[in-house]
Design a binder for this molecule. Structure first.
Ligand code: ADP
Ligand code: MG
Length: 290
């Protein structure tokens, strides 16, 4: 493409809320065959809410206040959901000592002299706890598109929790537009496999890579690259390496600074319809100059 046609294309994109940080991206987007998307905060709002809370051998309010306390220093959206649920019940979070966030797994710390850990099943496995007694509940929650989580208090499995994160209203039409352009759509997420698959099914997503650790997203992109040129859309700190590894990195404008800095293209409003818009523009620009 000529410098002028790129300028016109990127100018038109900007009017539509799609910011090209690199002019070359307009050309590389044209040849994209697979659009991979992060789930939380990209396909979904990224503001989960607590939907289920089941305890074993402890009073519900006591468990919720201990778990919310340990989540209160965390920046994870799941932590915010748990803290909000405790606050809604009038439970003020107690102080935490020795707080630790374990990316892709969960969080832990001491509250009122008790050891509290909360996170995914793989985190409980890491702690040597068997979640089998909650397996049926977790399976049902996953099939409902909810994320099952577990909490251990003083080394004993004490609660199963679920959060649900609504799909953005613009996500289904963005995916339909990508499919209409003949593109494959994939989801890459650290979330539970059943949950991810349930959401992917409702959205008609072609391929799901679930339960990936933060460093596994780059590997997932590398594998998708065997199928063609890959664009990756993401919003989080975890997504920055994958945004850089993709042929075209597309960040959600309302996402983290590091994601935006790692991307070639930024969707200013966070509306995923910007993805088919940008690809459509790239094709139009290249066609015009031929
Ligand atoms: P993603 O952003 O793709 O959803 P993350 O790597 O942030 O993935 O998290 C993966 C999983 O790790 C979450 O779905 C959750 O089960 C668990 N997890 C991570 N941090 C926390 C936390 N602070 N509280 C509870 N669960 C957590
Ligand atoms: Mg995200």
């Amino acid at each position: 493409a000529t410098p002028t046609s790129i300028m016109v294309g990127t100018g038109r994109a900007a009017e539509l809320g799609v910011l090209f940080r690199k002019g070359e991206a307009l050309q590389s987007l044209r040849d994209v065959q697979v659009v991979a998307m992060d789930k939380t905060g990209t396909l979904t709002e990224g503001r989960p809410e607590l939907t289920d809370f089941e305890v074993h051998g402890i009073a519900p309010d006591e468990a919720l206040s201990l778990i919310a306390a340990v989540e209160s220093p965390s920046e994870h959206p799941i932590a915010a959901a748990i803290v909000a649920a405790a606050r809604a019940k009038g439970l003020a979070p107690a102080a935490v000592a020795g707080f630790e966030a374990i990316p892709g797994f969960g969080a832990r710390g001491q509250v009122q002299g008790r050891e509290v850990a909360v996170g995914a099943d793989r985190y409980m496995a890491k702690l040597g706890l068997d979640v089998a007694s909650f397996a049926a509940t977790a399976e049902r929650l996953g099939q409902q598109g909810r994320t099952p989580l577990y909490a251990a208090i003083d080394g004993r499995l004490a609660a199963v929790i679920a959060v649900s994160d609504p799909v953005k209203p613009t996500t289904p039409s963005a995916i339909a537009a990508l499919h209409a352009m003949g593109l494959k759509v994939a989801m890459i997420t650290g979330d539970n496999r059943r949950t991810a698959e349930a959401i992917a099914r409702t959205l008609g997503i072609d391929e799901v890579v679930a339960e990936v650790l933060p460093e596994g997203k780059v590997e997932a992109i590398a594998r998708l690259k065997h199928k063609g040129r890959v664009a990756f859309v993401g919003d989080g700190i975890n997504d920055a390496p994958a945004l850089a590894a993709a042929d075209v990195g597309i960040a959600i404008g309302t996402g983290t600074d590091i994601a935006i800095e790692s991307a070639d293209v930024v969707l200013m409003s966070g509306d995923l319809k910007g993805v088919p818009t940008a690809i459509g523009l790239s094709q139009a620009v290249i066609r015009n100059i031929k």
